[in-house]
Design a protein around this ligand. Structure first.
Ligand code: HEC
Length: 304
């Protein structure tokens, strides 16, 4: 009996530590661990790391950096390493957030009956699972982002799909994000097949590919460039870029999806963004989601 109990608890421990470890996640886990190490090293001490990581930053800027930023701390984007921005953000969070009405609207949309009597609640019976997206659909052999999953639910029930960047889509995702955060969920993107692994690799390739006449990749700004400024904005690290969607941007004066924000970045790179429901966009989200695995959901969030 005792032996049995001991055995099953050993199995449980193994299962927990192997949550993401299988034959198809070997490379992705190596990437994820390397990214965590890179950012923890980089933001261990900004002033000390000036020569190695921040040659273009001023001493005053680096003095304002948070020291010893650890893995999960990065789930609030660029606030993670900037002491005054972080303090401001945390104060804001304690008060009224400008997206509360939108999230309330999202809660109503969740239950609002479609013409056929069903609702989004039938497609998402557990509203706390946005942390599992993007998912790889093993039947369709394709990545499905949360945005596409929501629109699939609508169209499969005879409804019109929503704008993938804002309005109802963002409100509904705001509701799901709030529920996942309240439930203490962590990002849990799974790779369980060779096809899923290939999709992850293609998403990673997009993130690291230089494009346009500027020859920039997402990584130029969000890996090497993270912590530096561009147009008076501090660039966020790849690590934790998928923990907090949708985001209320003061510039938009509304909530927007991750696709909305990423499309803006791609336009800034001098490129035409892929469609939000395209394979390219969804596979990039899949890669970014995996990099945020294990980090606490903090959505929705507030940005400049
Ligand atoms: C020229 C630099 C630059 C490039 C290239 C760039 N971005 Fe950005 N990105 C920014 C800046 C500046 C912001 C606003 C500050 C920040 O990172 O939160 C931003 C914001 C973001 C955010 C929101 C982060 C948050 O916490 O709210 C995401 C996600 C993002 N970018 C993804 C991408 C992806 C994916 C690509 C490549 C397709 C890309 N970016 C390319 C500069 C860039």
């Amino acid at each position: 009996m005792l032996l049995k109990v001991a055995k099953s608890s050993v199995l449980l421990v193994l299962a927990a530590s192997a949550l993401h470890a299988n034959a198809f996640t070997e490379q992705a886990e190596m990437d994820r661990k390397a990214i965590i190490k890179y950012f923890e090293d980089k933001f261990e001490d900004g002033e000390k790391n000036k020569d190695r990581f921040f040659p273009y930053s001023t001493d005053t800027e680096l003095k304002g950096f948070v020291k010893g930023v650890k893995h999960n701390d990065f789930n609030i984007g660029s606030y993670a390493y900037n002491q005054s921005a972080k303090d401001q953000y945390l104060t804001f969070k304690d008060g009224m957030m400008p997206f509360e009405d939108a999230v309330e609207k999202g809660a109503q949309l969740y239950k609002k009956p479609f013409a056929n009597g069903k609702s989004l609640a039938d497609c998402f019976p557990d509203p706390t699972v946005s942390n599992e997206y993007p998912k790889f659909d093993e039947t369709k052999k394709a990545v499905v982002s949360l945005t596409v999953a929501v629109n699939n639910c609508l169209t499969e029930n005879g409804e019109k799909p929503w704008n993938t960047k804002k309005d109802d889509m963002a409100s509904f995702q705001g509701f799901l994000g709030t529920k996942a955060a309240e439930a203490g969920k962590v990002v849990d993107v799974q790779i369980n097949s060779k096809e899923a692994q290939d999709a992850y690799e293609r998403g990673k390739k997009y993130y690291y590919s230089q494009r346009g006449y500027l020859k920039m990749s997402c990584a130029t700004c969000h890996v090497q460039g993270a912590g530096q400024r561009v147009r008076n904005e501090s660039m966020s690290p790849l690590l934790g870029q998928m923990t907090h969607w949708p985001v209320f941007r003061l510039k938009w004066d509304s909530l927007g999806t991750a696709e909305r924000r990423m499309s803006g970045c791609i336009v800034d790179q001098g490129q035409k963004p892929p469609k939000d429901d395209s394979k390219q966009m969804q596979e990039m989200l899949y890669f970014m989601g995996y990099m945020s695995n294990g980090m606490k959901i903090d959505g929705p969030d507030l940005r400049k």
